[in-house]
Design a protein around this ligand. Sequence first.
Ligand code: DX5
Ligand code: ZN
Length: 229
Amino acid sequence: MWNDTGSVLISPSIIAADLATFGHDVAKLDPGVVDFLHIDVMDGCFVPNLTFGPGYIKNLISHTNIPLDVHLMIASPESSLSRYIELTPKIITIHYESTRFPIRILDQIRSSGTMAGLSFNPATPISNVVDLLPYLDMVLLMSVDPGFYGQKFLEISMRRIMELRELISKAGLSENVMIQVDGGITQENIAAVVRAGARIVVAGNAAFHNGAVNENVSKLKESALKGLR
Ligand code: DX5
Ligand code: ZN
């Protein structure tokens, strides 16, 4: 059970940071405030943008103890999965749309001791998750089309989060499967996203704008907790 913290976890997406200096800046992030580092791996194929791979992440982890939440936006994740598993992140998420073999991959992630996440793009029916729920620890619901930070939250996501929560509850897996929401999160919409069912919230622009990440994340968490009351 990892869903019983009664809290909301915030996962700042590092693509919204200045990656040229982030290796040093990451040491300034307070592990008491920042729950995860959300690592957006993009391959220029599954999504129309390219970020970094396991080499950069390996260097980064030598500067921080904050757990990693790796979001793989890559085609055929099975071919490079072991290189991400070796980094011993807390969570690895693959995309439903990126593979025909999600169960095998989720099993491989889990058997390494890392939590397994499965992500759904806004255009993918969330009901497709039903048969896969026993094989995963987290569902990442994209609230923008993936590829870039700083996009606007898609309002259709609210209904989709609620539908997902209902599907998880009907399967009797509310204690085991966490909902993560990613894309367009702001101080203004985070409470509603939590009220709908999210317990891990990704924030790119909202966490990194003006560089005051610890303060931005504290404020996001404060606003997020209003969604639990
Ligand atoms: C989008 C990425 C997100 C994004 C979030 O493809 O998966 O993690 O960086 O950034 P914001 O919060 O600015 O939308
Ligand atoms: Zn992401």
